[in-house]
Design a protein around this ligand. Structure first.
Ligand code: FES
Ligand SMILES: [Fe+2]
Length: 400
């Protein structure tokens, strides 16, 4: 992180502490309109999310280490359609619908593996790792079959360092444009160097946005993490940055920030605060200097979701079986348990007449930013009556 950015963040945190002390809302920041309850419960709203969000956004799909060699593949279904991600002979990771161009047979049936080519499991049409149709049994029986017109249907795949993203929208803007200021902002974390360590999942009995909301504020620290996170972090000084496209940053100072003498000054903020990001639509990442997880939220129904916890580490420290890694993962899971223990109760509440709308505080503005982008992607005019929210954060987005 640049020296100027570090200085700006320290001054932002000091200003937030001072403002908290004065018990004043920040001048010039808009009151946030309530989020209508139906955003979490309305089946039409959910159907629109399914149709627009997951088929038009760049979605985290894996780590380059999952495709270590040409032919290494993974069957990825998180966007709701079967996609085979495979490393080509040229080293590039590509994505194709797992759908043969003959009669739709599957190319792969295992969750992951390695193949020399993509051969349909039905009548053995054979495609190379770049998706070109190479061989058709009894080809002479097909009148005028032009193999060059029957390549596998590709989807957009792009890498941010070793992180692999997929977008099902063939007209999508490039990943870098979508991430915007986050690319330089996170350059110090070395996504190209970090290795895949481990992945596990939590099933959560709430709408996916209830779970995402839970990770975008620190207003809850005192109440659900009194013995863990709250001991370390002071929510009063939290500095938040809202970016375009629904992304955001949250820098929460340590209660007693003490930097390590002689350590890399570029990482001072990373060492002396909790530095976390939200990437639209469904990634939360509390980053640190050497190893950290991505939390990725996937709706499994209108009232349930799955949170994947995917850990990355340094090349010389990425063996999940070591005692340090087992402790690190277990300690973080214990905090995630605290973060998620209210969620099924909230879901139960959402479905009663007792739940009308959500008033959000200044400290919860990242949640509003995330919801605003949902409306932009779906198109506010398509939303069921009364469920859209006004876009009031425009002037407060950081674009550089
Ligand atoms: S469906 Fe794939 S070869 Fe027939
Ligand atoms: Fe928390």
């Amino acid at each position: 992180m640049e020296r100027a950015e570090i200085a700006a963040l320290k001054s932002d945190m000091a200003e937030e502490f001072a403002r908290y002390e004065r018990q004043e809302r920040p001048a010039g920041f808009p009151a946030l309109p309530d989020l209508p309850a139906g955003r979490y419960t309305d089946p039409d709203f959910f159907a629109l999310e399914q149709k627009h969000i997951w088929s038009k956004s760049w979605l985290f799909a894996g780590h380059a280490d999952e495709f270590s060699r040409p032919g290494a593949y993974k069957l990825w279904r998180d966007a709701g359609v079967p996609i085979v991600l495979v490393r080509g002979a040229d080293g590039v990771v590509r994505g194709f619908y797992n759908t043969c161009r003959h009669r739709g047979g599957p190319l792969v049936r295992e969750a992951a593996g390695e193949v020399a080519s993509l051969m349909c499991k039905y009548h053995c049409w054979n495609y190379d790792l770049e998706g070109r149709l190479k061989f058709v049994p009894d080809e002479h029986e097909f009148a005028g079959l032009d193999k060059s017109e029957r390549a596998l249907i590709a989807v957009k795949v792009a890498q941010w360092g070793n992180l692999v993203f997929v977008n099902l929208d063939e007209n999508a803007a490039p990943l870098n444009a979508f991430l915007g200021p986050l690319v330089p902002e996170l350059a110090d974390l070395g996504f190209a160097r970090l290795k895949f360590v481990e992945k596990h999942a939590f099933n959560i009995a709430s709408n996916w946005k209830v779970a995402m909301d839970a990770f975008q504020e620190v207003y809850h620290l005192k109440h659900i993490h009194p013995q863990t996170v709250d001991v370390l972090l002071d929510h009063r000084g939290v500095a938040m940055t809202l970016y375009p496209n629904g992304h955001s940053r949250m820098i929460t100072p340590h209660r007693a920030p003490q930097d390590t003498p002689g350590a890399d000054p570029a990482h001072e903020i990373t060492r002396t605060t909790s530095r976390a990001y939200s990437l639209f639509p469904n990634v939360i990442t509390p980053v640190s200097e050497f190893e950290f997880p991505l939390l990725v939220f996937w709706p499994t129904s209108i009232r349930t979701c799955r949170m994947d916890v995917i850990w990355f580490g340094q090349p010389d420290d990425c063996d999940a079986a070591t005692p340090q890694w087992r402790d690190r993962i277990a300690n973080f899971d214990a905090i995630l348990e605290e973060d998620t223990e209210n969620l099924s109760w909230i879901q139960e509440s959402l479905e009663t007449p007792g739940f009308k709308s959500v008033p959000l505080s200044y400290q919860e503005r990242r949640i509003y930013n995330h919801h605003t982008q949902i409306d932009r992607v779906i198109g506010a005019h398509r939303l069921p009556e009364g469920l859209a929210i006004p876009d009031v954060l425009g002037p407060h987005l950081r674009t550089d």
